[in-house]
Design a protein around this ligand. Structure first.
Ligand code: AFP
Length: 344
């Protein structure tokens, strides 16, 4: 069964089907670019030394993959607004091609891993553009609970497309390069995945606040049966977490006071996918707030994030309850002022 057959089974309307076909087509074109990276000499940074709004040096492939997504999404005549990691502002699709959906995307996540042939990916989320009379800000800076569909494409040993359809579960497809179509291989459900894996960049550990420090410490005690994994591409680390279980975390720290990952095109899509697969996604900054309840104040805003199987997230929540009940240094004064960060 290919993607189109599943969309028909779910009785999605033609505009939505065109939109997902455009994402599928983009995945096929980007897969070819990634596979031929060195052969086509597309490795490395842009000669111009351009940086995107988040201050990341733009790679040649960041721009090429962004162009592919923008072109295919525009030509699908199903999008009104496009939000990309590689564009400073939201793109208003011209009226002759405009549709009813807002798409936020990271065209090439993990691009710092691309030249060493590590798994990278494309991340996307789709929301209905309910009221076009509103300002662009009001239409895009909403919480994530209205996302109707989110997914990612992982360019690894094989190319996989994982899509969460609100209320219809999370579905996994693999690219058949002979027929150039994504074939359905099953539904993903994290509730029965029990592998003992924690995933966090521990090189930041000396700059963590007490809640995260205690949480990660409990995975590392001598008798712990957990192992650590960190690929450094969110798509690869989340894909493993969905298939094996465990947790993924990018907390705030002294250097990344808002965390590192962007809300609209990294954290929201992944939180929607993990929740739809039966997991949990919270901010984990002395807080149990759901990631999808955040109302961003600008399109490239970052947030700390902790997501994975419910069991692993509840371990953090128990530690937080304990910390809040009796702060360790006796006078309630913490190392860092925890209210200085989110939203600023
Ligand atoms: P790049 O797109 O710059 O490679 O960043 C990847 C990423 O946004 C996300 O995919 C990773 O989970 C995270 O950053 C890795 O961050 P560290 O390099 O700090 O571990």
């Amino acid at each position: 069964m290919n993607l189109k057959v599943l969309l028909d089974e779910f009785q999605y309307e033609p505009e939505f089907v065109r939109l997902l076909s455009a994402i599928e087509q983009s995945g096929i074109e980007i897969e070819r670019l990634v596979e031929r990276l060195a052969l086509d000499e597309n490795t490395g940074q842009l000669e111009s030394g351009n940086q995107n709004t988040s201050g990341d040096d733009q790679k040649i492939l960041d721009v090429l993959t962004n162009d592919i997504m923008v072109e295919n999404l525009t030509n699908s005549c199903s999008c009104s607004l496009l939000l990309s990691e590689e564009e400073d502002n939201a793109t208003i699709v011209d009226t002759s091609h405009s549709g009813n959906y807002i798409v936020a995307f990271d065209p090439l996540d993990g691009s710092s891993n691309i030249d060493c042939n590590c798994g990278v990916g494309t991340i996307f989320s789709i929301t209905l553009d309910n009221d076009k009379t509103e300002s662009v800000e009001n239409r895009v800076l909403r919480n994530g609970n209205d996302i109707v569909c989110a997914g990612y494409i992982l360019y690894g040993g094989s190319t996989e497309l994982v899509i969460a359809f609100k209320g219809k579960g999370v579905h996994q497809f693999v690219l058949d390069k002979q027929t150039n179509e994504f074939i359905h291989v099953g539904a993903l459900d994290i509730t029965d995945k029990k592998k003992k894996i924690y995933s966090v960049n521990e090189s930041n550990s000396n700059r963590w606040d007490e809640d995260i420090a205690q949480y990660i410490r409990q995975y590392r005690v001598k008798e712990s049966k957990y192992t650590q994994r960190w690929i450094g591409s969110m798509v690869s680390d989340i894909h493993r977490t969905l298939l094996y279980g465990g947790m993924f975390c990018y907390p705030w720290d002294e250097r990344n006071v808002n965390g590192k990952l962007r809300i609209l095109y990294e954290c929201f899509p992944m939180a929607m996918i993990v929740e739809e697969a039966g997991g949990k996604a919270i901010i984990a900054k002395m807080s149990k707030e759901r990631v999808l309840d955040i109302v961003p104040s600008h399109i490239h805003q970052r947030t700390p994030v902790l997501l994975g199987s419910v069991e692993e997230i509840e371990k953090y929540e128990k530690i937080l309850d304990n910390i809040l009940k009796n702060p360790p240094n006796g006078n309630g004064k913490w190392i860092f002022d925890r209210n200085n960060g989110i939203g600023s």
